[in-house]
Ligand binder design. Structure first.
Ligand SMILES: [Zn+2]
Length: 321
């Protein structure tokens, strides 16, 4: 009986091609273009970690990894399905909240330096329910613009009005002293004026730290080379831990596979490589979850030893916290 109805329905359609044409001409229902808000959450013990995307930039591959044999770089890019001659560098910022502490590691590109493809952090924070005045600590890895420009809001005031600003003392000493400008590689020199500008509204709120405990549950670890004071941070609660690797690696598909290469943003490539190998060895040996500033969203996972370097293994995406 059912078969007969189907056959009859089929015959009716065959007999009425005009009906089919009419159906095909129906416009698809309107779909809002754009992506879902760029945030993702997971827990580390009592910490709630929120990864918030700030967009991306693109750089020509051949100058981005100077010194890399071009054919070998191309092979790694192919392995990671990076098409074309440019490398995409995303920005994803790590926030963590536990009790009355709500910290963020670095500050994003901000709205004053936004381009067409970045400066999305504040909008994505709003989507995630993270209110800038709620931030109690901004903890800096280093002073490159993409990590400190977001300290300022659109009017040049404090984007994080209630936060204590934690900075590596070595980084503060280097970029706070203009006498070091001529001793820095050409590409690093704009960081001096930019550092003064971005920290200006936070006078009296900046605390310099060295390696060791910064606040309960957060430890600073020296990882110099990318800049003189580049620092990574361990977040912990009991036995649970996470390491924010900042710019110890840029895109791990390249710098984890070949830890001895350096990239154009590195202040001192050979020192950066030593730090990179040290932090990779630590997180691979202890199987510690990591976040990075320039990994593909949501920028968290693990490093496993592989060949002459390491492979990045993204953490499982979970709909449940
Ligand atoms: Zn960076």
């Amino acid at each position: 009986m059912a078969d007969r109805r189907l056959i009859l329905a089929g015959c009716a359609l065959l007999a009425a091609p005009a009906l089919l044409q009419q159906a095909a001409a129906q416009p698809a229902p309107a779909m809002p273009l754009g992506q879902a808000p760029g945030f993702y959450r997971f827990r580390v013990g009592g910490w709630t970690v929120t990864m918030i995307n700030d967009g991306f930039n693109r750089f020509p591959a051949n100058t981005f990894v100077p010194g890399a044999p071009p054919a070998e770089l191309r092979a790694l890019m192919d392995e990671a399905f990076m098409a074309g001659d440019a490398i995409t560098v995303p920005f994803t910022i790590t926030f963590a909240q536990r009790g009355n502490t709500f910290l963020v590691f670095d500050a994003g590109n901000g709205v004053t330096a936004a381009t067409a493809t970045n400066g999305r952090m504040i909008a994505n924070m709003a989507a995630a329910g993270v209110d800038p005045p709620a931030i109690t600590h901004v903890m800096h890895s280093h002073f490159h613009g993409d990590h400190i420009n977001g300290l300022l809001d659109a009017t040049g005031g404090r984007a994080f009005p209630n936060a204590e600003i934690i900075v590596p003392g070595t980084e503060w000493a280097w970029f706070g002293d203009t006498a070091n400008e001529t001793r820095s590689p050409e590409r690093q020199r704009p960081a001096f004026a930019n550092t003064a500008r971005r920290f200006a509204p936070y006078q009296g709120r900046v605390r310099q730290v060295g390696a060791g405990e910064v606040i309960p549950g957060v430890t600073a670890i020296d990882a110099p080379g990318h800049t003189p004071g580049h620092t990574v941070y361990r977040l912990s609660d009991g036995a649970e831990q996470l390491v924010f690797l900042a710019d110890a690696l840029n895109r791990p598909e390249i710098t984890a596979r070949r830890p001895d290469w350096y990239f154009v943003g590195d202040f001192d490539g050979s020192v950066a490589a030593v730090s990179r190998r040290r932090v990779l060895d630590m997180v691979a040996t202890d199987r510690i979850r990591v976040t990075g500033y320039h990994y593909l969203f949501p920028a968290n996972g693990y490093f496993a030893r592989s060949g002459q370097g390491y492979a990045f293994v993204p953490a499982e995406w979970s709909s449940a916290l």
